[in-house]
Ligand binder design. Structure first.
Ligand SMILES: Cc1ncc(COP(=O)(O)O)c(C=O)c1O
Length: 357
C-alpha cells in the first residue's frame, strides 16, 4: 500500500472568488461594503508602536475580546468562546459536540461548509429537505415526531443562501425537543434584521449560538467569530480548542476586534444602512420580474422566471459585477446577490435591466 492510499481524502469547501481587480463590484461573499468602525482604523495605526509585541505569543484566552463581547451581549465571560472566524468556531463545535455516532441534522440547502466538516471528521449526517418555499419544517428536527434520535443539530438562522429566517419560537421547539443533543444556531447574518436565539440560553443549556465579525462588523479580513452558550458547553469547547491550537487568535485580531465591538453606534448605523439598501433593492428586483424568499440578511437569493440564472451570472460577470451562483439542485435557478452600497446596487439594477432587455 502506498502512502497515497492512506491519505485522508476530502472534497474541500469552495469559497467565493476574491478578485484582484479592485474595479470589480464584489457582491459574491456577503462582505460589508463599508469599512470597519473608525476606532479600528485608529488602533490599527497605533499598532505600529506595538510591533515589538509580535515576538510574543498572544493572550490565548483573548481576554479583552471576550470581555467586550460578554458586556455587549449581557452574558458572563465564561459564556463566550472566540475563534478565527466563525468557520473555526463551527469546526471546533463539530469536533466537540457531534460525537455520539448518530447522524447530525441540517437542511439540504444551507451553508455548504457543514457537510465538509462532517465528512472531514467522519460524522454521519442527514439533510431534511427544505419545503418548496425554502422554509425549514420544524417537525423534521423533533425526535418525538420523526421517531429517530440524532447526534446534534446545526441550523443557519437566517439560513444561507436562502436568507429566510425561522421564528425564535420554532428554534425553541427544536432546542427543547432535543434535550440530549447540542443544537447550534449559526447566526452569521442575524444583525441584518434577524431575531437572535440568545435569550433562549437562559432556559436551555444544550443551545450554542455562533456569530461572526465578517459581515455586520465589516471585518472578514481579521477572521473573528464567537460562540455564546452556558459555561459548561463553553468549557467543553475550550478543552477541545486547547487540545488543537492554543493560540488561534492573533494579537491584531484581538485588539482590533475589541475596538469594533466598542463602537455600538457605528455598528447599528452600518447595519441599518445595509437593511435600507436591501429593502430598496428588493423593490427594484421585483420591478424587474425577479422572485426571491424574503431576505433577513445582507444578500438576496433571487430567481427570474424568464431567464437562466447561470446566463445572468455570466452576463453580470462580463460587466465586472460578481455575484454567487450555485449550480446544484434547486439552487441552480438562483443568484445570491450581496447587498453593497446604494451606488453598487444601482449599478446592478442598471446592468440587469440591460441584460433582461
Ligand atoms: C452561514 C454562514 N456561517 C458561517 C460563515 C463563516 O463566516 P466567517 O468564518 O467569516 O466568520 C459564513 C460565511 O459566509 C456563512 O455564510
Amino acid at each position: 500500500m502506498s502512502w497515497q492510499d492512506t491519505v485522508r481524502r476530502v472534497t474541500p469547501y469552495v469559497a467565493g472568488e476574491q478578485p484582484r481587480d479592485k474595479s470589480v463590484i464584489k457582491l459574491n461573499t456577503n462582505e460589508c461594503p463599508y469599512p470597519p468602525a473608525p476606532g479600528v482604523r485608529k488602533l490599527a495605526e497605533e499598532l505600529r508602536d506595538r510591533y515589538a509585541d509580535l515576538r510574543l505569543y498572544p493572550d490565548m484566552d483573548a481576554t479583552a475580546l471576550v470581555k467586550v463581547l460578554a458586556d455587549y451581549y449581557g452574558v458572563g465571560e465564561d459564556q463566550v468562546f472566540v475563534g478565527v472566524g466563525s468557520d473555526d468556531v463551527l469546526a471546533m463545535c463539530f469536533l466537540t459536540f457531534f460525537t455520539n455516532g448518530k447522524p447530525i441534522l441540517f437542511p439540504d440547502i444551507t451553508y455548504s461548509f457543514y457537510d465538509v466538516w462532517a465528512d472531514l471528521f467522519g460524522i454521519a449526517y442527514e439533510n431534511p429537505a427544505l419545503l418548496e418555499d425554502f422554509s425549514i419544517r420544524t417537525e423534521d428536527y423533533l425526535p418525538a415526531l420523526t421517531g429517530k434520535e440524532n447526534g446534534g443539530i446545526i441550523l443557519a438562522n437566517p439560513n444561507a443562501p436562502t436568507g429566510l429566517e425561522l421564528d425564535r419560537s420554532e428554534i425553541e421547539r427544536i432546542v427543547s425537543g432535543n434535550p440530549d443533543s447540542v443544537v447550534i444556531i449559526d447566526e452569521a447574518y442575524v444583525d441584518f434584521g434577524g431575531v437572535s436565539a440568545l435569550p433562549l440560553l437562559k432556559k436551555h443549556d444544550n443551545l450554542l449560538v455562533v456569530q461572526t465579525f465578517s459581515k455586520s462588523r465589516a471585518m472578514a479580513g481579521e477572521r473573528i467569530g464567537f460562540a455564546i452558550g452556558c459555561p459548561e458547553i463553553i468549557s467543553f469547547l475550550k478543552d477541545v480548542k486547547f487540545s488543537f491550537n492554543s493560540y488561534t487568535m492573533n494579537l491584531p485580531s484581538i485588539l482590533l476586534g475589541t475596538e469594533a465591538v466598542r463602537d455600538r453606534d457605528y455598528f447599528l448605523a452600518t447595519t441599518a444602512r445595509i437593511i435600507a439598501t436591501r429593502e430598496r433593492f428588493k423593490k427594484e428586483l421585483t420591478g424587474l420580474g425577479f422572485v426571491f424568499p424574503d431576505s433577513h440578511t445582507n444578500f438576496v437569493f433571487a430567481s427570474h422566471p424568464g431567464h437562466d440564472a447561470r446566463a445572468l451570472f455570466e452576463a453580470l460577470r462580463e460587466r465586472k459585477i460578481f455575484v454567487r451562483y450555485f449550480s446544484k439542485g434547486r439552487l441552480k435557478d438562483y443568484l445570491r446577490i450581496t447587498i453593497g452600497t446604494d451606488d453598487q446596487m444601482d449599478a446592478v439594477t442598471a446592468a440587469l435591466k440591460e441584460i433582461l432587455a
